[in-house]
Design a binder for this molecule. Structure first.
Ligand SMILES: [Zn+2]
Length: 77
């Protein structure tokens, strides 16, 4: 099971959090409708180190930023 450290609540199960992707849009994409479509349906599942936002929904209800290696599912410092 994956655990995340909330700055306010300490080490908690990932099940208490809701994931939110930090939106990134390719520079070549300028059409606003295409950008919305890309954000909604074509999420990338990048391999390696990623920066993510997690909402502590069943805790303090604050956002935290997490660096995670998707290859090992380990949290980076
Ligand atoms: Zn919290």
């Amino acid at each position: 099971m994956l655990f995340l450290t909330c700055l306010h609540c300490g080490l908690r199960s990932v099940e208490e959090f809701r994931y939110a992707e930090i939106p990134t849009v390719p520079e070549t994409m300028t059409d606003p409708q295409a950008i919305d479509l890309d954000r909604g349906f074509f999420r990338t599942n990048r391999e390696g180190e990623v920066t993510e936002r997690w909402f502590h929904e069943f805790g303090c209800r604050r956002w935290i930023t997490v660096r995670r290696d998707t290859r090992s599912d380990s949290i980076l410092k």
